[in-house]
Design a binder for this molecule. Structure first.
Ligand code: GFB
Length: 342
């Protein structure tokens, strides 16, 4: 990985033996958080698979918090998916996300968790928001209809963190990353985001000698991408802010307790397809299926609030896509639905 942008080493506000709950540790984001926490020397991680604890179950989550008493919580568990999953399974997206986050955030308050980081997505912002998108543009316009159920759930989570901070003095921060990719992504073509879908499609077309690969939509939408290892680094950076800096962020005016985590690496879907095609080494043609939705035309996060704190992403998009492709070939190629998002 390139190291052009120097990220300051993480200050360690959280003690190395702190009891840290990573909710959603088997997903792409949660597993990256666990890797990063281990790399930084954290030894006391609490994890529960969805089979061991259904985060939608209020009683089960209450018992877990009462028994395990986590001190810090990374809330990376969520129902997530690409544009078609979001638009065709809205009931699941709104119910699962509302239940998971309400149970975890509420029990974090009840059990006296010191800090919580709630992870969402830049699709919380208005469909036609001015660009780049500042945190204070939240709730200033209509949402993109293909993912409004997911976005409303995530906005409710942000409001819940803010409300608990105001009423109960908790220290719950919401971080909104752009489009993520990396190891343990979901490569199932019906549910995945664009980048893992393109990796799988080009790889299989190359293996099978298929003459064309279909890309959904017009190819014109712009998206900002970030490797999940960068998000994990940013999440630890935020959780380890000094008390004063954390307080300033929680009380920031306008738009308290909310921070964008972007890379600035914006690219059109057509150009992204060209990049993946070259990395995979596929030599056929691209076909654009305009019966599929484009979604929001552009969602570039303004990450200046995070940059002002001293954090920058490190992984260049092309290198990151090469890394994700290597992971796919090693771990996932050939199976129908490998990996899982949180
Ligand atoms: O990544 P994606 O599914 O999600 O799609 P969003 C991004 C763009 O890539 C859309 C196009 O314009 C898609 O039409 N695209 C082209 C493809 N080919 C494909 C393909 O094979 N699969 C997929 N999935 N897309 C999601 C939201 O929005 O992004 C979520 O629905 C969340 O709520 C997530 O915010 C990060 O960027 O459009």
């Amino acid at each position: 990985m390139s190291d052009n942008n120097q990220t300051p080493s993480i200050q360690h506000f959280m003690p190395k033996d702190a009891r840290i709950f990573v909710a959603g540790h088997n997903g792409m984001v949660g597993s990256a958080l666990v890797r990063k926490l281990h790399e930084e020397g954290y030894t006391n991680l609490l994890r529960r698979s969805s089979a061991e604890m259904d985060l939608r179950d209020q009683a089960a989550v209450g018992e877990f918090f009462a028994k395990e008493c986590p001190e810090y919580v990374f809330l990376a568990a969520a129902r997530v998916g690409g544009i078609i999953a979001n638009s065709t399974r809205k009931g699941e997206f709104i119910y699962d996300n509302l239940m998971i986050q309400a149970n975890v955030i509420h029990n974090a308050y009840i059990s006296g968790v010191k800090r919580l980081l709630f992870l969402g997505s830049t699709c919380i912002y208005p469909k036609l928001s001015p660009q780049p998108i500042k945190e204070e543009y939240l709730l200033t316009g209509p949402l993109e209809p293909t993912n409004d159920a997911y976005a409303v759930a995530k906005i409710a989570g942000i409001a819940m963190c803010r409300s608990y901070n105001e009423q109960y003095g908790t220290r719950f921060l919401s971080a909104m990353p752009n489009n993520l990719y990396g190891p343990n992504d979901n490569f199932d073509l019906t549910g995945s985001h664009v980048l893992p879908a393109l990796i799988r499609k080009f790889h299989e077309a190359k293996e099978n000698g298929t003459e064309t690969v279909t890309v959904w939509g017009t190819g014109s939408p712009l998206r900002e991408f970030m490797h999940v290892d960068d998000l994990a680094a940013a999440s630890l950076f935020l959780m380890n802010l000094s008390e004063d800096t954390c307080s300033a962020l929680l009380g920031y005016h306008p738009s308290p307790a909310l921070i964008n985590v972007g890379s600035g690496q914006e690219i059109s879907i057509a150009d992204l397809a060209g990049m993946v095609k070259a990395i995979v080494g596929y030599e056929g043609e691209l076909v654009f299926d305009t019966s599929k939705p484009d979604g929001t035309p552009r969602k570039l996060a303004d990450s200046s609030r995070l940059h002002a704190l001293g954090w920058q992403h490190r992984i260049d998009l092309e290198e990151g896509v090469r890394d994700a492709y290597r992971w796919f070939v090693k771990s996932a190629a050939g199976s129908s639905a490998p990996g899982n998002n949180p």
